[in-house]
Design a binder for this molecule. Sequence first.
Ligand code: T1G
Length: 694
Amino acid sequence: MADPAPLVRTERDGDVACITIASPPVNALSHAVRSGILAAVEAADADPGVAAMVIRCDGRTFVAGADITEFDRPAQEPVLSTVLAAIDASTKPVVAAIHGTALGGGLELALACHWRVAVASARVGLPEVKLGIIPGGGGTQRLPRAAGVEKALEMITSGEMIGAPAALAAGIVDRVVPGDLDREALDLARAKAAEGARPRLRDRQAQAADAERAFADARAAMARKARGRQAPEYAIQAVEAAIARPFDEGIQLERTLCTELKASAQSRAQRHIFFAEREAAKIPGIGRDTPAAKIGRAAVVGAGTMGGGIAMCFASAGIPVTLVETSQAALDRGLATIRGNYEATARRGGLAADAVETRMARIRPSLDLADVAGADLVVEAVFEDTGIKKAVFAELDRHARPGAILATNTSTLDVDAIAAATGRPESVVGLHFFSPANVMKLLEIVRGRKTDPAVIASSLALAKRIGKVPVVVGVCDGFVGNRMLRARGRQAERLVMEGALPQQVDRVLYDFGFPMGPYAMGDLAGLDIGWRIRREKGLTSPIADRLCEQGRFGQKTGAGWYRYDGGSRTPVPDPAVEAIILEESARAGIARRAIDDGEILDRLLLPMVNEGARILEEGMALRPGDIDIVWVFGYGWPIHEGGPMHWADARGLAAIRDRMVELARSHGEDFVPAPLVERLAADGKGFRDLPPPA
Ligand code: T1G
């Protein structure tokens, strides 16, 4: 057998050594790649026939960073900093030629070079914080020296990428080239060799307009945006060292902090989410050869909160969309809300002013359902009622073109029953967006009994195009997310009946890392919907029913579980609510007791884990990681806790099972361990040990 192609090779172009990294798919810096670069740089430096070097990549991108799959193993020499030290020590100029994305260790490699040339479409960033770590190849020391402290802090703490033109303006790349990247890089290398120029970022002083203020601002921003996460604070400390200490000391500190974070539970959780997000898009039986329809035009039926938000998703992604309502007033209201949302984003600087009009122009309002005829995909977002939805689908069946995808945005109803209202159930799928649909990343793709695999493939491709994170789920009451939410909600209600107050329950979840607890969330969503559904089904919820009877529907009425004074969105605990709670506890004959935070957390989260296990047993989710993705991207489960199934694994499933058994004694069946929990715990395993779906 022929030797495999080398991951790093050197070719000579005159007196320039062109070092190419060829390690698909993203040229990650695995041990073999690091060794290859080091050997190539040292060889070129020692070769008297070489005057300069270019480092470039084959394939779709420059180096996208360290190889994340190696993080669980001890670091093996040459580590990245050893490779970069060799570039620092090089007696010949080294030019990085960047296309695609230079991320993490990839950007650090480029920053260690003497010059950086990029194509205009290239993007660069240090996304390490998104994996719960900080850069470990000198990024926290070289980026502030290249771009200044303010810019470096912004990029390193957010992890966001910037485009080549912005990188040029910031001083991160030296040239953006319109034409042949390799040619330009080679020419530059030769010219610099002739000049004898070899500027190193390590020799520069990092500049700051107002360093003290920059660090204080970064800390304040992170306290808001990354509450509970360690990595951003460590990143700030490392950047502080970039101005306060000599380069080599800064590198040392960065390395220590990065190594500590790599071993942390938070980083393990965030890496789990990185890979789970990519796994979730892989569905057995659906491959590259499954034909996915190109969505040229979409239609949305219903211009309410959900429908309007969904239409925005399409318009923002450049997909023209027909928005259908039954009355002009409803249509006008819907369009005004959409415009208001876009304008608000533009005011905050998130959107160019003319982009508001471009996007609005992509939305074609209509009062005639027959107008869905031109669409490749129709999303129904009408009132949550099976009868109404079936009637809409019967109509869609008449008007939509053959082969169009017919999607329902139902959050609870039976997608198979809705599909049966059409003569083409194979074209019907659930596309469950989360509110607000233009903001929340999660998309549950609900696969009906008869849904064609090509429709699933198209839905997955569409999700990627509109920037959503898709998870394919089966048809069951509440699908994955809301089904588990209900398990949590039952306990939230009981905790309040037994002795806790809404603000205590909410605080425990907030402290865990959720943006808000169930009571604040209920007030935000509105309590009247649940009340109406309970009445229809003949159900009661003593405290919530009384709040609704008093017209306390949540934020929109200025009062719900909390008070909202003068139109404020800040929940204020309300003695009137406490009085109702005490009365209802007494009426139910419950002697209230103090409930500690630990019990509250277990009572809320363990039933979710248990319900998640049942969802897996029933095959309603393909993998535990899919459930984690639903919770992180749809419900604000803190990413550094990795989602409910990862959280249970991290705590140890045997310990989880034991605690469930203990709680089941006094709190009933929500805590009786699901057979899957029992089985895995008995074998000393976790959800992560389940075999991949076949
Ligand atoms: N390591 C290992 N595998 C990776 C990888 C990486 N860095 N990046 C991507 N993959 C795999 C991914 O799992 C998938 O595999 C395939 O490549 C294609 O990815 C020392 C500490 C580059 C923008 O965080 O953001 O550098 O599923 O589906 O949409 O400071 O991948 O096909 O089997 O996402 O075109 C910092 C992470 C590391 C970049 C491409 N770097 N990657 O997006 O394809 S830490 C990152 C991405 C670090 C140093 C340190 C994206 C992408 P599979 P994909 P894509």
